[in-house]
Design a binder for this molecule. Structure first.
Ligand SMILES: *Cc1c(COP(=O)(O)O)cnc(C)c1O
Length: 244
């Protein structure tokens, strides 16, 4: 498809789907007595071409989420940083931190003390402080990744004390199930972890990045301040974009 046809097709999808996603967020906010403007929407554009991001921006979305450093930097190269906040939401290899911190606006996926130390060191060298969220594994699923177990409170506090990072809050991924109790339990556990941490270190921010296409309702009802939505906005992912 040509650039224009691809852009047009993503714009049509967003015309249809964005109001539905916004409606779901608003309904979950009403159900839990919150104002809809307390929930940020991160458009997860991983696996979609740059036209998807251009369409999202034209539809008024400003936060784009990517899960691979190379894909994120390629897309920043194509679209720039004006009017777009670039969010990194996937696992990060330590050797890619340098390229990432030059272009990223918020890292959701700081999942170990070692990674945080590397970000902190490079950030200090560059004279910046990188905004991050700490990814926590609160569901106990082995595959999910993130700070876990009894040591996680200590690790989070150590990360918050690093000078090159600014911990704005926490992120989690729920198990891929539709069982309400499991989902609410996971999201509620992240909220409780946030409260525990913030009592011990008030410099830690209150953002809670939780909720994806399939579980956003429960995430918002349990206190999410940022949902990460891909499929519900853009449809199935066609695969990684061609390398630039
Ligand atoms: C892909 C991804 C999402 C979005 O998932 P959808 O089901 O497409 O909404 C959210 N968060 C993370 C960390 C992801 O990797």
């Amino acid at each position: 498809m040509s650039h224009n046809a691809t852009l047009e097709s993503y714009s049509l999808r967003l015309d249809a789907r964005l109001p539905v996603v916004r409606g779901e967020i608003a309904a979950a906010c009403r159900a839990s007595g919150r104002s809809p403007d307390t929930v940020g929407l991160v458009a997860v554009t991983k696996g979609h071409p740059v036209e998807a991001i251009a369409a999202a921006r034209a539809a008024g979305l400003t936060r784009m989420g990517e899960n691979r450093v190379a894909e994120l930097t390629t897309k920043v190269g194509a679209l720039g940083r004006d009017g777009i906040e670039w969010h990194m939401i996937g696992h990060i290899q330590r050797r890619k931190v340098g390229a990432l911190i030059e272009v990223v606006d918020l890292i959701h996926s700081v999942d170990s003390l070692r990674l945080a130390e590397r970000i902190g060191r490079l950030a200090q060298g560059a004279g910046v402080r990188v905004p991050v969220l700490l990814q926590a594994n609160v569901s106990g699923e082995r595959a999910k990744g993130g700070l876990e177990g009894p040591a996680r409170v200590d690790q989070a506090l150590q990360i918050a004390a690093l000078r090159g990072v600014q911990v704005r809050g926490l992120m989690t991924m729920a198990p891929f199930v539709d069982d309400e109790e499991t989902l609410r339990g996971t999201f509620g556990a992240l909220r409780e972890l946030s409260e525990t941490l913030r009592r011990q270190d008030p410099s830690i921010g209150g953002e809670l990045s939780m909720g994806m296409s399939n579980d956003l309702r429960f995430a918002v009802e349990e206190g999410s301040t940022m949902v990460r939505i891909g499929t519900a906005l853009f449809g199935p992912r066609p695969g990684a974009p061609e390398a630039a």
